[in-house]
Design a protein around this ligand. Sequence first.
Ligand code: GDP
Length: 478
Amino acid sequence: MAQVGMAAESNYDYVLTSDYAALIAEEFGRNAIISDEYSFDLHPPPPHPDPTTLPSRPPVVTIMGHVDHGKTTLLDTLRSTSVAKKEAGGITQHIGAFSVPVQATSSSGIRSITFLDTPGHAAFSAIRARGANVTDIIVLVVAADDGIMPQTREVIDLIKRDQGNTSVVIAINKIDKPGVDVDAVQKKLLAEGLQLEVFGGDIPSVEVSGLTGQGLPTLIETISAVAEVRDIRAERGGVLYGHVLESKVQKGLGPVATVLVMRGCLEMGAHLISGTHHAKVRIMKDSSDNIIKTAYPGMAVTVSGWKSLPSSGDNVLQGSESEIKKAIANRERAQGLKALMTDAEAINAARNQERRQKENTTVATAAPPVVEGPKELRLIVKADVSGSAEAVVGALQGIGNKDAQTKIVSSGVGDVSESDITMAKAIDATIIAFSVSVPRSIETLAAQNQVPICSSNIIYRLMDNVRARVIALLPVIV
Ligand code: GDP
């Protein structure tokens, strides 16, 4: 936590970190006792020292790829083979994930696969933007009739950046279409640096049709074989650790969140914390809408009993009721301090600006004014859903240093519109478009008004782009 205020301007209050306060106390010959009461929090458990001894868990899979290459169709067809369709008479509730059983005849020991199906990979991005990863395997969908397109490349970049932490299966889709050349697509993927099995590498590729269902059993078999090799395991005992995939207020149930359990077991009646939100698990349902008492690692379950709505991407931990209350009080206090510091920084900046303006009007024009304060890259964020808007803002607002930094002017949900361009032009801002479309007419309008638009459905791509723009603002040192 940084200190707030400027030495030259003594009229400001200071917000001190506990470390800094302890140092001052020492200066005065006192020993500071930092009370646990104000620093207590719950944290994710450390990784297990010997995962090979643990029970295996279902792999968590995310389907990614270029728009219109068939991700939604593929997910719908896969979902229709899920337990939900069979047992609940075809009624499947969208909860952000679903589970597909693996045939008992499968050579792998995997019994089911959990697919994340959040639109625009929002949960995936939100979780990654918070520095965690819940996906074991990415299925990269490439339409055989369209080949490698910009968003395919973005996923390939993400895979390369990931350096093997996430495994990859290629699904060459739409093979039901006449005249498609699968071989050509595979060669292009190889040329992009993906070492496909057909060329002696280790990335399997499967030919599928999401529309007709052709090749889907092979896709499931391939995913379970990859999961088998990864040997995905998690402890069922110990501290619970999970992530919120989605959350919404449901009639009759209040705030409900889909929680993906990563470690430990989630039990009825447990007290949970996510961000500054508290739940006592009241009703828990699996992705087939069955009420369950215990959720194991790799399962996505809807949890009701939240006192307020948690945010997608945030982690979920368990504790006693009193631990959770204490942790929430501290997290809220930390948030309050952060807001206070941001306000104080804004006040400082505004006062400095005011002072500079006054000096510039009174001082002779001979010497150029000294430019103080950081340069700002103003950003207008547009995203597909509120969870991802929040994640993008979280990822971008920390970029920069004392000389140049980002400033999020606004964030919202929906396609980039004319009013976004008007606002960006007025305040000299860059538009960040995450998993939303930028209509051709808007692109033209932006170009005419010299408003930069940075568009991607990969958060890391946006971060790189913004980082480069912030660097460009830095003064050149000669
Ligand atoms: P997404 O944007 O990647 O989610 O793509 P969609 O699933 O919405 O599919 C885009 C279009 O491609 C739709 O018109 C689908 O009907 C069509 N489509 C998807 N999968 C297939 C397939 O396997 N074969 C054929 N012929 N069309 C497909």
